[in-house]
Design a protein around this ligand. Structure first.
Ligand code: DGJ
Length: 740
């Protein structure tokens, strides 16, 4: 009795006992929940910014349970289910208290829900940004009892949507073919987007969606809800739609519960990942820009710092990172104007040198046969050339042919009684990051490199195997099914340590290309290797899809050699540079293999990129013509600075067909009242820009009537493929617009 009284007094400090409506708002959006102590939390509205009268007269208003546990209305979809120590699987979650606070541009409203049958609570968080239209929904599961419980389903967020005509956009793909856009009607039933890879979580799909709630999903009009789960492990997004009832569409997002029932010990709390949510009344383009704005300022490490042009050694030499080859690449990189050189896979291993991809992972000691003067010699050489230096590691992995494995065979993920599934080189295994000793080791990989070579400016952190062997030799049997979550918590604690020691060291996240592209990583990484696919034609699609959710400055885009190894396609050097310049430009080139024309063009293109870089890396993105439209022959997008004074437009003729209709490009995001000087950034032939170069045109005209870029329409072949080939396809132009 006394306890209950005390509780009520406490509640009085943070919440009304009577039903109260909580308006959670960003500058342009509002979410409304109603809480009454002892009653379920009710969800009322999510949409355009609204006051009380707007909300409760809106056709979007509802009154449905916001966060249902299995136990009450069991036929309805629920956000969580817990198995208690006595076997009971039912809960009845009611509001216990509400707290509201504001810190660093985030307004937080937290509803503590209490299970009326057990000593168990769920804290449901609704965090709203004050400077952009992004909210973050997540929850904490709190075992207040004296015995462990098993979380069988523990979603981060539940979002009811009042619409029966939804268009759903998701991204799906595979190695070298990431982030293809899929748009579909949300049909009756349940649509699930999930992954079970364990660690290479974005290999088949992204933890992200856009939902047009007016039956369409347009670039610049209509209402859109967009979300992405910031989680480094297996995820699940569910869309449950029964168009034959009045029930709202239910969206659940969280950790994929498959093979992940989580034992939560007495007194412990599990915090779930954040569902990053935005709402727009003006189409998917606006939702995309909200994600970009939020990401650069609040989620990506150093998200507003300019990124440098680098040359990476992988496509040039693969594992043959011999000193003379590294020197030659650095000479070439410096000559064309790159700012950094990155030595990729191949540089390490003493007893088990990394001559092939079946040895050496785990032994992060320089192979002196390849590099007689060590990494320090390369760092020095880079410095002499005016380049920064970066290095590749794959610190979560081990080859069975390594000194690390010889010393610690129990540090890998595998079952003790049968042979593990092996990865690349037929000897690769994952280290067990639930083990604190392994965490120390992985931190030490970065720490040792940096202590031995303080001149290293950049690390490429790779990860080329999924969790095939989901068994830990460290965790007790009672906690085995925590592995897939605890691996991620172990990784997070390593990354926290890395960042404490090296707060601004640039670290690129890589995983067989873009298999780890997810906001859950981005507080620790400045950028992501978008894809191993560097064929520029294919890259247009990969970058286009990635940009739906992620900003340009985190997407590494490298220029491949004139022949792309994955798609076996020859493309002109200008097209390759113009595609890579859409994001964070880099090179996989071997400058010494290029002919003089290519090298001269590369030098001009890099200098030009440095000029437009502030606009490309920090400007607002407007998509103009989708590569998926029509005959898939054309694509165009542009970036505009916040003040509207500078813009950069990219246009690509992907496929030439005789007598094709003209493509009019209507610009967006400009100031209609201003006049813009248009200049081609890097013409194929110096001094011979496209006809529109030098014209001064009003923002209004460019946005309403648009332009046709003749040179992209005419049957002009590009000679700069190689000495023998010419092509009418793969033409491109990059224009800079400067307000006069
Ligand atoms: C996979 C990455 O995606 C490549 O860029 C390269 O770093 C290789 N791994 C190296 O093994």
């Amino acid at each position: 009795m006394f306890k209950r009284l005390l509780l009520l007094l406490l509640i009085g400090a943070t919440a009304d006992v009577m039903a109260k409506d909580y308006f959670v708002s960003t500058p342009g959006t509002t979410m409304v929940l109603t809480a009454e102590v002892g009653k379920p939390l009710m969800f009322r509205y999510y949409g355009a910014r609204a006051d009380r009268d707007d909300v409760f007269s809106s056709y979007r208003a509802m009154n449905t349970q916001a966060f249902r546990a299995f136990g009450t209305s069991c036929v309805n979809p629920h956000a969580c289910q817990v198995r208690f120590s006595d076997g009971d699987t039912s809960m009845n979650l009611v509001v216990e208290s509400v707290s509201e606070s504001e810190d660093k541009g985030l307004k937080s409203t937290v509803f503590t829900l209490r299970d009326t049958a057990h000593d168990f609570r769920v804290r449901v968080h609704y965090d709203a940004c004050t400077d952009c239209n992004v909210m973050k929904l997540w929850s904490e599961y709190v075992n207040c009892g004296r015995k462990p419980v098993l979380l069988e389903r523990f979603m981060s967020a539940a979002l009811p949507v009042k619409s029966k005509e939804c268009r759903l956009l998701t991204l799906a793909g595979n190695h070298g073919n990431e982030c293809n856009e899929y748009v579909e009607d949300l049909g009756a039933g349940t649509r699930v987007i999930s992954t079970q890879e364990g660690s290479r979580i974005s290999s088949a799909c992204q933890a992200a969606f856009m939902l047009g709630t007016d039956g369409e999903l347009s670039e610049d009009h209509g209402n859109v809800i967009a979300g992405t789960l910031a989680w480094t492990g297996n995820f699940q997004l569910e869309f449950i739609n029964n168009p034959f009832t009045q029930d709202p569409v239910m969206i659940f997002a969280g950790i994929n519960p498959t093979a992940s029932a989580y034992t939560l010990d007495a007194g412990k709390t599990l915090a779930t990942p954040e569902l990053i949510l935005t709402y727009s009344t003006s189409g998917r383009g606006d939702a995309m820009r909200s994600f970009h704005f939020w990401a650069r300022r609040h989620q990506v490490l150093d998200g507003t710092v300019e990124r440098e042009v680098l040359l990476n050694s992988w496509e040039g030499v693969h594992l043959d990172t011999y000193e003379d080859a590294m020197h030659s690449l650095m000479d070439g990189a410096a000559a064309v104007g790159a700012e950094m050189f990155v030595m990729d896979d191949g540089w390490f291993g003493v007893k088990y040198p990394r001559a092939k991809d079946n040895a050496g992972l785990g032994d992060w000691t320089t192979d002196r046969n390849k590099l007689p003067n060590g990494v320090e010699g390369l760092v020095r050489y880079a410095g002499e050339k005016g380049l920064k230096f970066g290095i590749w590691i794959e610190p979560e992995m081990v080859n069975t042919s390594s000194e690390l494995y010889d010393a610690h065979p129990d540090w890998v993920l595998r079952h003790q009684s049968f042979e593990p599934t092996v990865g690349r080189g037929k000897t690769q295994l994952l280290l067990d990051l639930t083990n604190p000793k392994v965490q120390d080791f992985v931190f030490g990989v970065v720490d040792n490199i940096m202590k031995e070579n303080p001149g290293v400016s950049y690390i490429k952190w790779d990860h080329n195997m999924s969790i095939e062997n989901a068994h830990s030799l460290y965790l007790p049997a009672s906690h085995q099914s925590n592995l897939l979550v605890d691996y991620q918590l172990g990784l997070r604690s390593i990354l926290e340590r890395v960042r404490k020691a090296y707060p601004h060291l640039v670290i690129q996240l890589c995983s067989s290309g873009g298999f780890r592209l997810n906001y859950g990583f981005m507080p620790y990484f400045q950028e992501v290797w978008t894809s191993d696919q560097t064929d520029p034609l294919h890259r247009i699609y990969i970058q286009w899809g990635s940009l739906d959710f992620y900003p340009s400055n985190i997407l590494a885009a490298h220029v491949c050699r004139r022949w792309s190894k994955y798609n076996n396609r020859y493309t002109p050097v200008k097209f390759r540079f113009d595609v890579a310049s859409m994001c964070r430009l880099g090179l996989e080139l071997v400058p010494s293999d290029m002919n003089d024309d290519e090298r001269t063009y590369a030098t001009r293109a890099i200098a030009a990129y440095k000029q437009i870089r502030p606009v490309v890396q920090q400007g607002s993105l407007y998509k103009l013509i989708s590569p998926y439209d029509g005959n898939r022959d054309f694509a165009s997008l542009m970036y505009v600075t916040d003040d509207g004074n500078r813009a950069v437009v990219f246009a690509y003729r992907m496929l030439y067909t005789r007598s094709m209709p003209e493509r009019v490009i209507k610009f967006r995001g400009l100031n209609p009242e201003k006049r813009y000087l248009i200049r081609e950034v890097c013409p194929e032939h110096e001094g011979k820009p496209v006809q529109i170069d030098g014209k001064v045109v009003s923002g209004r005209y460019l946005m309403t009537e648009g332009v046709v870029i003749r040179e992209l329409e005419d049957r002009l072949s590009s000679k700069m493929v190689d000495d023998l080939r010419q092509t009418n396809d793969y033409r491109s132009v990059v224009l800079e617009l400067v307000a006069q």
